[in-house]
Design a protein around this ligand. Structure first.
Ligand SMILES: *Cc1c(COP(=O)(O)O)cnc(C)c1O
Length: 350
């Protein structure tokens, strides 16, 4: 295998840049558990400003933001309604069930985005049998962008319609905004406009933003006050976390506008793949930085295709029967050209 690997495995695999490391090394720090880390405090204010919320709270991971948000919005025995392939359902090791004792009602969609009518139908399923026998719906979760849906973007009007439907039932909406800034970059809708439609939201700094540690949960002052307790309870209180938060502030200054470059690279990759006989794209045009495709038309399994690709120095992942390629900070235009060439070579020799 070549030394120089192009990894499209995930946008979580980025190396902090030299400038980011310098900002981290120079960070002013204090005790984060005491609320006295100045860099963490600056990041929280910055994110609350960006998302237009009253308050925001630093977390070590996005998974913990979901864990705490579900805990705060629900009572044990409540039903959480989420898309069937949502991260909170499929990829958090059952945390919502363990920590919050909730049931999950899923909505199956092609791309991760559901309509108000589909949410109404889910409410009807949950309430098939009335209280006190039926468990009440306690929370709606949406994912922006939807990872396993193909990095798909909730349009603002679709989100608003779902939020109206939830409000009509008196049920809050939580947004897993791991890639919210990708959604804003792709749609031109400011992150605060998406955030205004929901009751709580978080963004991840370890995806396209390229920082090594950190996520920030945002919402009302009362919500964030309660979130502090559960962050501590779940072991998320940190000490001199400003070292990590400085990387996140650096990312907000330097790595947001460039998300458009990742999206252009994903489109370029998709066009290159589409031109190869035997490769089938799951959707014709990636909306953000995630491309799903199937290589079985080349006469080999996706696993064999991934092995052959790895032998030519390109990494991708296999998820839900598809191959997933994710563009990010450490992938250049030349890397995309190299990936397309490697795939053409595999196709020609198959
Ligand atoms: C990565 C991811 C998470 C979890 O974030 P971590 O910071 O890795 O814990 C949650 N939701 C979505 C959609 C993600 O892609």
């Amino acid at each position: 295998m070549p030394d120089d690997v192009v990894s499209l495995f995930s946008d979580t695999g980025t190396q902090p840049t030299a400038a980011m490391r310098a900002a981290m090394a120079a960070a002013e720090v204090g005790d984060e558990q005491e609320g006295q880390d100045p860099t963490v405090n600056r990041l929280q204010e910055r994110v609350a400003g960006l998302l237009g919320t009253e308050s925001a709270l630093w977390f070590p991971s996005g998974t913990m933001c979901n864990l705490v948000a579900v805990k705060l919005h629900t009572q044990p025995g409540d039903v959480v309604i989420a898309e069937a392939q949502a991260h909170v359902v499929r990829a958090e090791s059952g945390g919502a069930a363990l920590a919050s004792g909730v049931l999950v009602e899923t909505i199956r969609t092609a791309r991760g985005i559901f309509t108000a009518a589909e949410l109404e139908a889910a409410f009807d399923r949950v309430h098939t049998v009335p209280a006190p026998w039926g468990a009440p719906a306690g929370l709606i979760c949406v994912e922006q962008t939807h990872n396993l849906g193909g990095g798909s973007v909730w349009p603002l009007d679709a989100l608003a319609a779902v939020a109206d439907c939830a409000r009509g039932r008196g049920v809050p909406v939580h947004m897993d905004g791991a890639r919210l800034l990708n959604a804003s970059t792709a749609s031109g809708v400011p992150p605060a406009a998406f955030a205004a439609a929901v009751d709580s939201v978080w963004i991840d700094f370890t995806k396209g933003l390229g920082a090594p540690i950190g996520a920030v949960l945002a919402g009302s002052s009362a919500f964030i006050r309660r979130a502090r307790r559960y962050k501590q309870l779940f072991g998320g209180g940190m000490r001199q976390a400003g070292i990590a938060a400085a990387g996140c502030l650096h990312a907000l200054d330097h790595h947001v506008e460039r998300l458009a470059v990742d999206h252009a690279h994903a489109r370029l990759l998709a066009r290159g793949l589409d031109a190869v006989d035997g490769i089938r794209l799951r959707s014709p045009e990636p909306e953000t930085n995630i491309v799903f495709f199937d290589a079985r038309g080349l006469g080999m399994s996706n696993a064999e295709f991934l092995d052959r690709l790895a032998a030519s120095g390109v990494r991708m992942s296999s998820i839900g029967g598809w191959i997933r390629a994710v563009t990010h900070l450490d992938v250049s235009r030349a890397d995309i050209d190299r990936v397309i060439t490697a795939i053409r070579d595999i196709a020609h020799s198959s």
